[in-house]
Design a protein around this ligand. Structure first.
Ligand SMILES: [Fe+2]
Ligand SMILES: [Fe+2]
Length: 188
């Protein structure tokens, strides 16, 4: 297992999580159901605890600097991806606060729904740019010795939901993601 396959696997899992998030939002809005705050919170907690504390920081600390050293022309792209990381973490925190407001006032779900859809397309665009622009440059320019510390850092990632030892608190969310992705039915 090397860093590239870990990163791409994490991007795929993040894509599944965002797809599930979007489906849950749309079902809640269209079926006029009471928002399942617990599940929405599990999604946000997962993003906060993994994406912003493991995945992005390792890109910032290992992959991006190595690419900029080897291929300085990538500097502008890297800077914009780093800005995405920084702003995405703040965005996620704001989503959590909007969700907290929904707990006491269901009418606030409209605000949460709107902000969450913007957040979902924000993170999809970010992953898309890394996949389409950054990773091909890394593949092309980084040498074997450049990859060594990057590989060492990424293989230690322990995804709390999709990793080897999934945490119990994400079991329900993990089931939901399977149901949405395989059976297209979050209510199974
Ligand atoms: Fe990233
Ligand atoms: Fe990434």
């Amino acid at each position: 297992m090397n860093a590239l396959s870990v990163i791409q696997g994490e991007h795929r899992n993040l894509g599944l999580t965002l797809m599930c998030f979007e489906k849950l939002l749309s079902d809640t809005a269209h079926q006029r159901r009471e928002p399942n705050v617990m599940l929405f919170r599990a999604i946000i907690n997962y993003l906060d605890s993994f994406l912003y504390r493991f995945h992005h920081p390792k890109e910032d600390d290992f992959l991006f600097p190595a690419l900029c050293r080897r291929y300085p022309t990538a500097g502008k792209l890297v800077q914009s991806l780093q800005n995405d990381h920084h702003n995405g973490a703040k965005f996620c925190l704001q989503l959590d606060e909007t969700l907290t407001a929904c707990e006491s006032d269901e009418d606030r779900f409209v605000d949460f729904h709107e902000a969450a859809l913007i957040y979902i397309s924000y993170e999809r665009r970010h992953i898309g740019t890394e996949e389409a622009e950054l990773l091909p440059l890394a593949r092309q320019h980084l040498t074997e010795s450049d990859w060594e510390p990057i590989n060492n850092s990424f293989v230690k990632n322990d995804d709390p939901m999709f990793g080897d030892q999934p945490k119990q608190r994400y079991q329900k969310l993990s089931r939901l993601i399977t149901n949405v992705c395989i059976f297209n039915d979050p209510l199974l």
